[in-house]
Design a binder for this molecule. Structure first.
Ligand SMILES: [Zn+2]
Length: 390
């Protein structure tokens, strides 16, 4: 009953947003608000978009993967076409120059980025971008490239979805220990697999979550189930080919680690390792970084700077203002539903409102902030572990 109610509320929200978008678009209010915002930021706006998977069949993938990471290739193309009407889509370095004031822009500028290095970005987004001559950045976890390993969040989601399907609770699944405690917390109040996954990632360190994924797969007999091809990581050849068409490789840690949950010394090590591995693989300097789960700290940003990175992106859905910190760039995360109107079809007014941040300006959509304290203290409580890693 509660689940149905939540679903109904979600549908009503989407419908309201879809209808509002049409009114805002045709009344001219959207344009007016964007002019106000342009004045507020003192010039051209810099919009950085974030996608994850670009899939062939959204409906099919919805049944077998975390759908809030997915956009269909048709919708993705429509997004780019709509975006080009109002923005110049530029390489990230050009956008950085607009932000630091060293470059003037004739129109608002936008940057296309992808997180996580999914193979279907190569299969379905790359052909669209190559045709349209659109540049971009793919932020990849270096340890997964060229392997058949799936990301921890996909493995956990698959396990949580299977538990729900079979009606297995956090204790009955039998992982014991801290894994059982984490699952109990995450599933509190009958949370759906998506909510439970978000809670796990927000609260617990990545290496522990990978162990939990392993234990769940063992208990649920998922170990040898084949993942959808597009969910696998890209190969080095794919990254190099995309790079030759202006879609450059950025870093997203080695293991998709939420660095603010790790000790700062471990974060430093992973940042260095990831940069070295990527530069060896793509034969080019890697200068841009994306924080996993959007979480960052002053200490982590400092470590990135020290390793030679020149920018890092968050998932804070806000405008990038001139003079802003290049290690806390704001991004708008989009998926299929971001442009799905009241009737469940693609809505151009809705995507125009997303690009213009109309809902943010009206206070309907609130950004989730990613800044966290630097993790110094724990570093000193485990000196043995630090020396063990050299
Ligand atoms: Zn990610």
């Amino acid at each position: 009953m509660e689940r149905l109610k939540q679903q109904a509320i979600q549908m009503a929200r989407r419908a309201a947003k879809g209808v509002a978008a049409i009114a805002l678009h045709w009344s001219g209010a959207r344009e007016l608000l964007s002019a106000v915002q342009r004045r507020a930021v003192g010039g051209r706006r810099v919009l950085i978009l974030s996608y994850h998977r670009v899939v062939k069949d959204f409906g099919l993938e919805e049944k077998r993967s975390l759908s809030s990471l997915n956009v269909s290739h048709e919708t993705f193309r429509r997004h780019l076409e709509a975006l080009q009407e109002t923005h110049d889509i530029v390489p990230l370095e050009d956008a950085l120059s607009v932000i630091d004031g060293s470059r003037a822009a004739a129109r608002d500028v936008a940057v296309i980025t992808f997180d996580d290095g999914y193979r279907d970005v190569y299969a379905h987004a790359f052909p669209v971008m190559r045709d349209m001559r659109v540049p971009g950045v793919v932020y990849v976890p270096s340890a997964l490239i060229g392997t058949e390993r799936r990301l921890g969040h996909d493995r956990l989601y698959a396990a949580l979805a299977r538990m729900r399907e079979r009606g297995i609770g956090p204790v009955a699944v039998g992982v014991g220990g801290r894994g059982e405690r984490w699952l109990t917390d995450a599933l509190e109040g009958g949370a759906d697999p998506h909510t439970a996954l978000e809670r796990l990632i927000a609260h617990y360190p990545t290496p522990g979550l990978l162990e939990l994924a392993e234990a769940l797969e063992e208990r649920l007999g998922l170990k040898h189930e084949k993942a959808p091809d597009g969910q696998l990581p890209m190969t080095w050849e794919m990254l190099r080919e995309m790079d030759s068409h202006g879609i450059v490789t950025g870093a997203h840690t080695a293991e998709h680690t939420v660095l603010t949950h790790a000790k700062l010394s471990e974060a430093r090590r992973e940042i260095a390792q990831c940069k070295a591995t990527l530069e060896r693989g793509v034969h080019k300097p890697v200068k841009h970084f994306a924080y996993c789960n959007g979480y960052y700290s002053a200490g982590v940003a400092q470590a990135l700077r020290a390793e030679g990175f020149i920018s890092a992106v968050t998932t804070e859905d806000m405008p990038n203002v001139p003079g802003a910190d290049p290690f806390a760039l704001k991004r708008k995360v989009l998926w299929e539903a971001s442009s799905m109107g009241a009737l469940g079809f693609y809505s151009k007014p809705l995507i125009a409102c997303q690009f213009d941040d109309t809902f943010g300006m009206l206070g309907v959509q609130k950004p989730v902030m990613g800044a966290r304290p630097t993790n110094f203290e724990k570093e000193e409580t485990a000196p043995a572990e630090i020396s063990a890693h050299g």
